[in-house]
Every structure is written in C-alpha cells, then in structure tokens.
Ligand binder design. Sequence first.
Ligand code: SF4
Ligand code: SF4
Length: 438
Amino acid sequence: MPGYDEISRCNRCGFCQSVCPTYLHSRDETQVARGRIYLTRLLLEGKYDFTLDAEVSGKVDDCLLCGACTVNCPSSVKTDEIMVSARRDFAANRGLTLFQKLVYRGLLSHSERLERASLLMRIYERTGARNVLYGKILGRALDRLAYYDSFLPRGMSRPARAQLEPVMAPSGSPRLRVGYFLGCASNVFWSQTALTAISYLIHRGVEVHLPPTGCCGEPHRTCGDEAEVRRLAGLNSTLIFRDGFDLIATDCSTCAQALAHYDEFVGADSREAERIRPLLGKVVDLNTLVVEHLGLDADNLRPISHSAATYHDSCHAVRGLGVSEAPRRILGAIPGLELREMDGADSCCGGAGSYGFTHPSMSGRIAAAKAENIAKTGASLVATSCPACALQLGAGLRRAGQAQAVAHPVELLARSAAISMFRQTPEMAQGQDPEMEP
Ligand code: SF4
Ligand code: SF4
C-alpha cells in the first residue's frame, strides 16, 4: 500500500479537478485524484477491505495514470504512483484479473505469441472478414465488437522484427551506434513506423542494433504485477543496457519512460540496478535522438502530401520524459507543413495502455473529445510519439468518421527526406500507405 506520508500531502484543494480527464468526463468526485487518494487513505486505515470491495478497487483501476493531476497539484502529490502502489496490493491479495492474465502475462510477456496472434489479425483484415461480419451478418447488433475492431490498424504488415536484421549498418563508418528497443505495439501494430524510423536512422549514418528484447514491462507495472515487471526488466536490461551503444532509442515514449526507470524495475537495491544505473542516461526517445543528436538536415527535406498537421502529446512523452519541443521542431522543419496546435494537446487520449479495452465507456468519451479537438484544427494529419496513443487516436477518429491520418513525427520526417526504405512491405512496394490511414 502507498505510504501514508504521500497520501496525507493531499490538502483536498481540488485543483486536480480541472485537469483530470476521468473527472471532466464524469463529474464524479471518486473519479479525480482527490477522491481516489481519499479512498486509498480509507483502505490504508482499514476502513475498507480492499480484497472484497470491488467498487473501491474499481475506482483505483479507473485512473488513467496520466499524471496530469500531479503537474497541477500545489503539493505535487504523485497520484499515479499511489494508484500503482494500491494496484500492487490488490494484485498481491486478489491475484490478477482474467484480462491481465490473458493479455499481459499470456501475450505481452511472450513476444512470439503476440507476433503469432498478429497473423490472425492480418488474415481478418485481408480476407474482408470485417465487412462480412459487420455488413452482412451482424449489422449494428454488436456495437461492442465494432468498438474493439476500431482499434485494429488498417493494412497491418508483418511484425517489424521479422523484416529487420539484428544489426543494420549504414554505408561508411557510423556516426552513432544505437540500441533500438522495439516495443510490442511498435513491432506488431505500428511496424510501418519502426521500419521507416530505422531506415531513416541508417540513412543518417546510424548503426542500428536490434536486440531480441521483449515487452518493456510497463503494462505489468500498471496492474501491480511486480514479479513479472522484475522478470521482464531483468531479461531486457541484459540485452539493451550494454556498453558499446552510444544511445538506447525507441519510437515508443512509454517504452522510453519505462527503460529510463529500469533501475527501479529490476529492484532498486539489486546488483543489476547498480550495473545499469550509469547507463540510464543513454535512453532517448526517437524525436530527441533526431533533433539533439543527428540534427534535422533541413536542406534535404521536401513537402509531403499533407499541408497541416497537429500533434498529440502522449502522457509518457510530455510528463514522463519532458519531451514536447523535439517532435514539434521535426514537424516544423517539414517544408509546406503547418503545425496547428489542438486544444488539450497534452491531455490523455484515453488509451493508457489497455484502458480502451478495459474501460470502453470512459475511454470512448475521452477519444471522441480528442477527435473533436483534432477536427477543429482542420489538419489532415495527427502526429504522436506513442503507438498506444496512435491506436487510440486511430480508433477514435474511425468511430467519429474522420479521415485524419496518424503518424510518428520521425516517420513524416523520413518521408520528407524521401529516403529509400531498408525493407519494403508488399503494401509499400505497391505505393500504398497502409498505417497512415485511420
Ligand atoms: S490538487 Fe493535489 S493536493 Fe489538491 S486535491 Fe488534488 S491531489 Fe490533493
Ligand atoms: S493520473 Fe490522470 S486520471 Fe488519474 S487522477 Fe490523475 S489526472 Fe486523473
């Protein structure tokens, strides 16, 4: 259970109400940091039995862990950490939920299973089963199924790892050696982005290493599965935190934030933590790698097929890593592309890992509001630096009937630089743009 000291720093001022997405979409005091902290305090004081009280534990599970309350809190109360700590106690006392067992332990913990499952998704996509299912058989009867289907990117290609080599060298001597951490969602759902980003890095003289890492462990951390967090972090850290890499980069801001805290993930007092702590400063998100370590090479950029873009700040990028300027600088460097800020650009999209699956009602409302804000900018493109946000944004746009494309800023930069791809998927060879369409 979270420390009483941290909980008692909440002075109940209510400033968190103005920024908490779940409160703004429910106006329910139990759905805001102040209320959640109060409930957690009651648990700590033994006034609720959290092993029995599903309603109270549900309020803790309803938190997006977006961190917006903390940056707006006069006492800087770390509500997200308090919630994770409470979930750890729930998991220890009640065990994991069926969803967490099946999806986190069953799929994400084993990358090869997730890759195999993605084959079924691609078959579903390519055979037109979606149209048959929704158009002719089920019609509108199964709205819930249609909701989940909206998350599946259109035109998925094979997992990125299957199309890449363990070491990819540029022509000539490399200017940097980078360990690339390929996250689960990037590998399977946003493979186009990973392929394009890696191609771009090689084009810019980077030697890219792709160690056989697995899930970063962040999904397991958020549900309190401490043993699995430690196991995954231990496995990954031996592969990615190696001397010899100048930097450790990833196209997923969630993975980047997790890696940057791997000393805590493997156990703060462990020998492994001691080994990797000096290397944690090498972790960068892809935008930062490009802007601060490679430069934008603006003279060699040309217009892309969009004239206006907006940018969605993922919670892990903007509040976790403090990254907000680098992606905007990338978008601003593309000739002919106007960056139009949306209202609430740094407000959580409601994706929050698997939140869209476990909390469809709240997540759907947040996604709809985000889609509306995107529409108001008039941009034809929305960029973001997190594949989980990309899935959520794509789903929200699809359900709203909007046609904006979703892409990573570096993916757009690569297109503007007109680089040749390291690998071409069949869709790219045919001139299609599969993952860019919502
Ligand atoms: S803003 Fe901070 S101190 Fe104020 S009620 Fe919210 S969590 Fe408590
Ligand atoms: S972390 Fe986000 S969802 Fe959770 S209480 Fe804070 S602002 Fe609300």
